[in-house]
Design a binder for this molecule. Structure first.
Ligand code: CAA
Length: 248
């Protein structure tokens, strides 16, 4: 039996565009995949839809910005499915506004869901990974954490912070068979990007040398690679996947 068949992968923000593609891909790779959600109605419809497509993926409720809520969720996953070997910190939100109009709430919500969430989820699975001498932590950042973007002071700060976290944790757990990496997607065809005003979005697409938005499955393919056993020498890295929009 392939080692993947025993391993459990948790994808946070599973019902979004990127999360869904990652869940499907990891399921195809042979992992036992679980996802996290906040909206019950959406989650039930998602599970049913994926089941009809042949994917047996269970979702667990949890607010990734809240340490106690994540603790309850992880305990449930461990009891019902098993210890988490692969964590994809994918959940995230935007509250885009020029900084002079940004509220404290816009700031707190984005830092909470996009950065504090990474502490919460990783902190609650890392002890188990250390004990088992194996783990993969993959943090989904953004091109806008690598550069600035008008209207995203909160989001850019959270996404840049994520990679600072990756670099330090990668060093700390390297001797325990655990890798920690960041993926920085550019503009991908998801609801989050489609929510950007059409004229603004069209101008952004003009700046992408490949000439189009990325596909969710293109990010999932990289997640699959980094999650694999064969990627054990890759740690502390930040993979840009943005169609050439930001080269450095
Ligand atoms: N650079 C410089 N100035 C800009 C600008 C830019 N890119 N965009 C707008 N401005 C200027 C405008 O010209 C305007 O100037 P005046 O007041 O002098 O006329 C001023 O800023 C206000 O512009 P808007 O009317 O557009 O401001 P707004 O409040 O209506 O909208 C915004 C602001 C909502 C942030 C909008 O600009 C926007 O949606 N920007 C895109 C943000 C973005 O890329 N979000 C990504 C979401 S997807 C994601 O985050 C996934 C991922 O990881 C990539």
């Amino acid at each position: 039996m392939d080692a993947n068949n025993k391993r459990v992968a948790l994808v946070t923000g599973a019902t979004g565009g990127l999360g869904t593609a990652m869940c499907k891909r990891l399921h195809e790779d042979g992992y036992r995949v679980v996802g996290n959600y906040r909206n019950l109605e959406k989650a039930r419809a998602w599970e049913t839809d994926l089941k009809a497509q042949g994917y047996d993926i269970h979702l667990f409720e949890g607010d990734v910005a809240d340490f106690d809520s994540v603790g309850l969720m992880i305990a449930q996953i461990e009891a019902k499915v098993g210890s988490i070997d692969i964590l994809i910190n994918n959940a995230g939100i935007t509250r885009d506004r020029p900084f002079h109009k940004m509220t404290k709430q816009d700031w707190d919500e984005v830092i909470g869901s996009n950065l504090t969430s990474v502490f919460n989820c990783t902190r609650l699975v890392i002890d188990g990974m250390r004990e088992r001498n194996y783990g993969r932590v993959i943090n989904i950042s953004s091109v806008n954490g690598q550069r600035g973007q008008f209207g995203q002071a909160n989001y850019s700060a959270a996404k840049a912070g994520m990679h600072g976290f990756t670099k330090t944790l990668a060093i700390e757990v390297a001797s325990k068979g655990i890798t920690v990496n960041t993926i920085s997607p550019g503009y991908i065809a998801t609801d989050m990007v489609m929510a950007v005003r059409e004229d603004v979005r069209n101008k952004i697409i003009e700046q992408i040398p490949v000439g189009r938005l990325g596909g969710t499955e293109e990010i999932a393919y990289l997640v699959s690679f980094l999650a694999s056993e064969k990627a054990s020498f890759i740690t502390g890295s930040n993979y840009a996947i943005n169609g050439g929009q930001h080269v450095y």
